[in-house]
Write a protein that binds this ligand. Structure first.
Ligand code: ZN
Length: 169
């Protein structure tokens, strides 16, 4: 799927202006995928990959549906983008995801040579970027994307809270 981006802007300015302006298209696509995951009974996390201003892959978290513990949104989006582009290195691509990536996904992001990582909500329990192993800060991590967090944080967090609220209720 390819969706042209209309208003790509510098990440710092996007973060600064968030709340006053609509979310960037890739984060909106990722949030839509997260909402779709929730409807399938999956933890609502979504991801999108952008290359040259166009979305080349969108994926929803689907480990239950796929019977695959590695089927996190980021993994599925990276696989789809790599297949679409016909190569294993995505150094000209950015990954947008609604939740701070886990250690597995952070590893995949490094292996894929993703240029920039944008994520919405922080995940103190399972995140591996600003929490836990802080994967990209380790000397054994050989590729560090630029990281921008907090874009779409409120929407991503609310999807997760609603999902777990419903399951408890
Ligand atoms: Zn993950």
């Amino acid at each position: 799927m390819t969706v042209p981006l209309t208003a790509m802007d510098s990440p710092a300015r996007l973060a600064h202006r968030e709340g006053m302006f609509p979310l960037p298209e890739p984060m909106r696509a990722a949030l839509d995928a997260a909402a779709a995951a929730a409807r399938q009974g999956e933890v609502p996390v979504g991801a999108a990959i952008v290359r040259k201003g166009a979305i080349v892959a969108v994926a929803a978290n689907a480990p239950r549906t796929c019977h695959d513990p590695t089927a996190h949104a980021e993994m599925l989006a990276i696989r789809e983008a790599a297949r679409h582009l016909g190569r294993d290195r995505l150094e000209d691509c950015d990954l947008w995801v609604t939740l701070e990536p886990c250690a597995m996904c952070a590893g995949a992001i490094a292996h894929a040579r993703i240029a920039r990582l944008y994520y919405g909500a922080s995940d103190p329990k399972g995140g591996a970027v600003e929490h836990g192993p802080r994967f990209f800060a380790q000397p054994t991590c050989h590729h560090r994307p630029e990281v921008y967090s907090g874009i779409g944080e409120a929407q991503a967090g609310e999807l997760l809270r609603a999902f777990f609220r419903e399951r408890r209720g």
